[in-house]
Design a protein. Structure first.
Length: 649
């Protein structure tokens, strides 16, 4: 590969022929450039029909991804299978592009050729998902297809008449209700575009600027880089409202920084995924769901924003505490070369590289569409790159940026394709519509049973959906199950809102966690599990809305104050128990007692209740937490090297 094209060469785990290397590397780069051009044109001008844009996008990425995965496969048969699938992958996109008018004229009813293309599309998705993410989504998709096909064998109202391949092809491939549904639209419009911006900025050196700025600000504090990553990602997320877009934007800078100071790839990715998920629940935007919730419930927007403030801050508090504890548990030393002098030098010499991100925030605040703002910032980044010889990139460098972006987003695209098909089956079979009545029927008059069932339904229906779309779906299908119990509307809607978004960090979808893992290089499923541990507040707080409505600013001043205090104490206590470290390592018995004491503080009754059981439970919990904190603090820090590190708390 002459003229600098050697830089585009893909590394393989074993020897490969030169011809195979040149062909695969060249095709992957070419397809990456084509995807980039398609996404930028569609994002800025918006002139391409959704079905055509999404199908072409997936076909191009799937073809490039399968070539890449096949080239790197150790097994010869897997390599052949990937290459065969890569040859077929462009067919669905080309077919829909060429036959779009005909498809519309026949009402998206499948024909015989559509059946073969649909079968091939499902095979491409299954192979791509298996090699990118593992078995979880593959099994889920197969179960969904089997339920759609053989549902007539299920007795009762939860069965159905069964849907053959003709109907499945019409719904899942020829419409925007399946593979090319809303999740794929999010991947096209936000995920790839913001990942491209982040990759470009890393290429011109903005990532190094972030590293040095973070070192200058927090590097001399134990856990400082992790704290900086958590806080910055949380704050930026309040503007874009998309956990995945936030990961691929800020994670490009924060994850390498955390790895550099000693965080493992899995932990670094989990911190970024959990932090990026905070923006969805923090006012003022909340992924546009704040405005939708105000309209549906019929209350002023300010009330929704105020109600969401305390739970969102509890989430950030728990995450910051967890990051600090992880730094202590790992014995991470502060950065001896960091300080205000480094901060000053970085701003004076390379501060101009931050201008694209500053412009991005400015465009968003000014009301520009996020997609248009991202495109303009990409152009801005290209304009400032020639200012210094170290930041200049040529045509090969641009192709490398496109290729790296494609490979980074490949697991996410595979996940949204599979999740879109599952959601399409739920809608087609009507299983989603029966969930609300099923919840009330199964739960009966037991409020906690109904809450658990509602949480499960919200999680399933919210899989892979962007914030506003997930909330709209759940507000119609699931929220009525809670309002029938007499819960205040804002409690019911906040409950389903939280659980509709939690799939961003929880398997099997975990788009934010998988996006972070693609950047960190850590195992995707382990990253998802760690992000759930760090972001457990998203799973816990919705239940507190019922017993502590003061967290949503409902009730008297005393109820609100007590809810905030007990909520903060309980959440921090559970964070410490999960971390297993507080000044020193904690034993299993201490961690168990800490978790139990925290749950007692969060006793499931009104915080203002004078019931003897409630008072005794909360009192015992507070005393136990105080005792454990004193016991750990007086025992001293036994982390190796702590005394020599000079870290400041």
């Amino acid at each position: 590969m002459a003229f600098g094209l050697e830089r585009l060469r893909i590394e393989a785990p074993g020897p490969r022929g030169r011809a195979e290397t040149v062909v695969v590397s060249g095709l992957v780069a070419l397809l990456a450039v084509a995807v980039t051009a398609l996404v930028i044109y569609g994002a800025y001008f918006g002139l391409i029909t959704a079905l055509i844009l999404r199908s072409a996008f997936f076909s191009l990425i799937a073809a490039a991804g399968l070539l890449y995965l096949g080239y790197r496969a150790r097994n010869g048969w897997v390599r052949i299978l990937c290459y065969a699938m890569a040859l077929f992958a462009p067919v669905p996109g080309l077919h829909l592009w060429q036959s779009y008018i005909d498809i519309i004229m026949r009402g998206a009813m499948a024909t015989a050729p559509d059946l073969w293309i649909f079968a091939g599309l499902m095979a491409v998705i299954l192979v791509l998902t298996r090699l990118s993410l593992g078995w979880a989504l593959v099994v889920l998709l197969v179960c969904a297809i089997l339920y759609a096909w053989f549902g007539y064998l299920i007795p009762g109202k939860y069965g159905h008449g069964g849907y053959d391949l003709w109907r499945l092809a019409s719904t899942l491939m020829l419409s925007t209700e399946g593979v090319y549904g809303v999740p794929m639209g999010v991947a096209v419009e936000y995920i790839f575009l913001f990942a491209l911006l982040g990759t470009l900025l890393m290429k011109i050196g903005t990532g190094e600027v972030f590293v040095d700025l973070a070192r200058g600000l927090t590097g001399r504090v134990r856990g400082g880089p992790g704290l900086s990553a958590a806080l910055s990602s949380s704050l930026l997320g309040t503007i874009n409202g998309s956990a995945v877009a936030n990961v691929v934007t800020t994670g490009t800078f924060t994850i390498p920084l955390m790895k550099r100071v000693g965080y493992s790839p899995v932990l670094a990715g989990a911190i970024e995924a959990a932090a990026s998920s905070a923006g969805q629940i923090l006012p003022p935007v909340m992924g546009a769901a704040a405005f939708l919730m105000a309209e549906i419930i019929g209350v002023p927007y300010a009330q929704i924003a105020l109600a969401a403030l305390v739970p969102g801050l509890l989430y950030v508090l728990a995450l910051m505490v967890a990051v600090r504890l992880e730094a202590g548990r790992l014995g991470l030393a502060p950065d001896p070369g960091a300080g205000w002098q480094l901060l000053k030098q970085t701003l004076l010499r390379r501060g101009y590289l931050l201008l694209p991100l500053i412009a991005l925030v400015g465009f968003l605040i000014a009301g520009r569409m996020p997609t248009q703002a991202a495109v303009m910032c990409i152009v801005f980044g290209l304009l400032i790159s020639p200012w210094h010889k170290d930041t200049r990139i040529g045509p090969v460098g641009l192709a490398l940026v496109c290729r790296d972006t494609l490979l980074a987003t490949l697991p996410i695209v595979a996940a949204v394709a599979a999740a879109g098909a599952v959601i399409g089956v739920l809608n087609l079979t009507g299983l989603g519509l029966m969930l609300s009545s099923l919840i009330v029927e199964v739960g009966g008059s037991r409020i906690w049973a109904i809450l658990l069932l509602t949480a499960l339904a919200s999680f399933v229906l919210g899989m892979g959906l962007p914030t506003s779309a997930a909330y709209l779906l759940l507000a119609v299908l699931v929220a009525p199950a809670l309002t029938r119990l007499g819960l205040p509307p804002i409690v019911a809607h906040m409950f389903i809102f939280y659980y509709g978004l939690v799939s961003a960090i929880t398997p099997p979808v975990a788009l934010a966690a998988y996006a972070a893992a693609s950047i960190s290089g850590g195992d995707a499923n382990r990253t998802a599990i760690e992000s759930v541990r760090l972001g457990f507040v998203k799973l816990l707080v919705p239940f507190l809305f019922v017993t502590m409505p003061g967290l949503l600013m409902i009730g008297s001043g005393a109820q609100i104050a007590l809810s905030i205090v007990f909520g903060a104490v309980g959440v921090v206590g559970l964070t410490v128990a999960f971390a297993g470290w507080f000044v020193r390592p904690m034993g299993a018995a201490e961690r168990g007692l800490m978790a139990l004491a925290s749950l007692l503080v969060l006793w499931p009754t009104d915080v203002a209740s004078t019931d003897a059981t409630s008072l005794a439970a909360r009192g015992a919990g507070l005393l136990a937490l105080a005792f454990l904190a004193y016991r750990c603090a007086t025992a001293g820090d036994t982390t190796p090297g702590h005394a020599a590190s000079g870290a400041r708390d």
